[in-house]
Design a protein around this ligand. Structure first.
Ligand SMILES: [Mn+2]
Length: 292
């Protein structure tokens, strides 16, 4: 067999499934954010983006649910940001700058974490572009601590910072089932929160969410550890993989302007169950939220 014919047999397997190499033609950008140094329990999510890309080649480009194919969407995978490991402020600044660059190029951001703190500089950049932004937050954890071990910037405080930035009434939280008594009180009094379940609360929030640009932040631990064991702070009692996929489809009825999927930790995963779920969620998100 000649080398030329061999080349035809090899599918390119770099970047997320079916990405385009043409940045200018792309309407969205996938950005890996390999940061995991404020995690409170088990680290490892810095390796999440690469693993999700790797297993994405095992899912189809075509979505049965949506009757749409990734081949009909143009998105660019920018790879992983180069971050100074252990330096939180410098890393947040780099993420913020990168996200501003994505938005300045008029591309829709799809970020792959990494720990949940990466959502903070992303949402900062999003709210600069979209002043009336609403944030939809899927998570087992409230992430509403004012500080964690004295630190204001941690994966346990990220949604408190977001609530301060955009106003807590513009934060919609689903699946929350873990946190401190103070976090629960803050959520009950100030944010829009649905404890334990995503459905039907998400559909009930649609009339409000459809009035404005929506950013979606999805911590994979919102899903039960039985469906998503590969994560740093697993929390039993969560939703099914079918529930979270359905949630993405429901949000397809809104003007979603950005998305992140965080806290996939490959070294803690079993048989890549979590990474495969993340890849499928990313596919459904691309097909639900991106313009055709
Ligand atoms: Mn969480």
């Amino acid at each position: 067999m000649s080398l030329v014919s061999l080349k035809k047999l090899i599918e390119p397997s770099t970047g997320f499934l079916a990405n385009t190499a043409d940045f200018d033609a792309a309407k969205a950008v996938i950005l890996g954010v390999p940061m995991d140094y404020t995690v409170s329990f088990r680290p490892g999510s810095r390796l999440g983006p690469q693993r999700v890309r790797e297993v994405s080649y095992g899912v189809e480009e075509y979505s049965f649910y949506l009757d749409r194919s990734l081949f009909d969407r143009a998105y660019y995978d920018a790879g992983d940001l180069s971050l100074p490991i252990g330096n939180v402020p410098a890393s947040l600044e780099i993420i913020h700058d990168a996200m501003r660059a994505v938005l300045a190029a008029n591309k829709m951001p799809f970020a792959l974490g990494g720990e949940h703190l990466i959502s903070w500089p992303i949402i900062q950049a999003m709210s600069e572009k979209y002043p009336n932004l609403a944030v939809v937050h899927f998570d087992a954890h409230a992430d509403l601590r004012d500080d964690y071990l004295g630190e204001r910037f941690s994966h346990a405080t990220v949604m408190r910072r977001v609530a301060e930035l955009i106003g807590p009434k513009n934060l919609y939280q689903f699946g929350i089932r873990s946190g401190s008594r103070e976090e629960r009180k803050f959520a009950e009094e100030h944010t829009n929160v649905s404890f334990y379940q995503i459905h039907p609360a998400l559909s009930q929030a649609l009339p409000e969410l459809r009035k404005r640009p929506v950013y979606v932040s999805l911590d994979i631990d919102v899903v039960d550890p039985g469906f998503a064991p590969g994560t740093g702070t697993p929390e039993p009692g969560g939703c099914t993989s079918g529930d979270i996929i359905r949630a993405v489809h429901v949000l397809g009825q809104c003007n979603v302007v950005g998305f992140d999927l965080v806290e996939v930790a490959p070294a803690l995963d079993l048989a890549q169950i979590t990474a495969v779920l993340a890849a499928k969620i990313m596919r459904e998100a691309l097909l639900s939220f991106m313009p055709a």
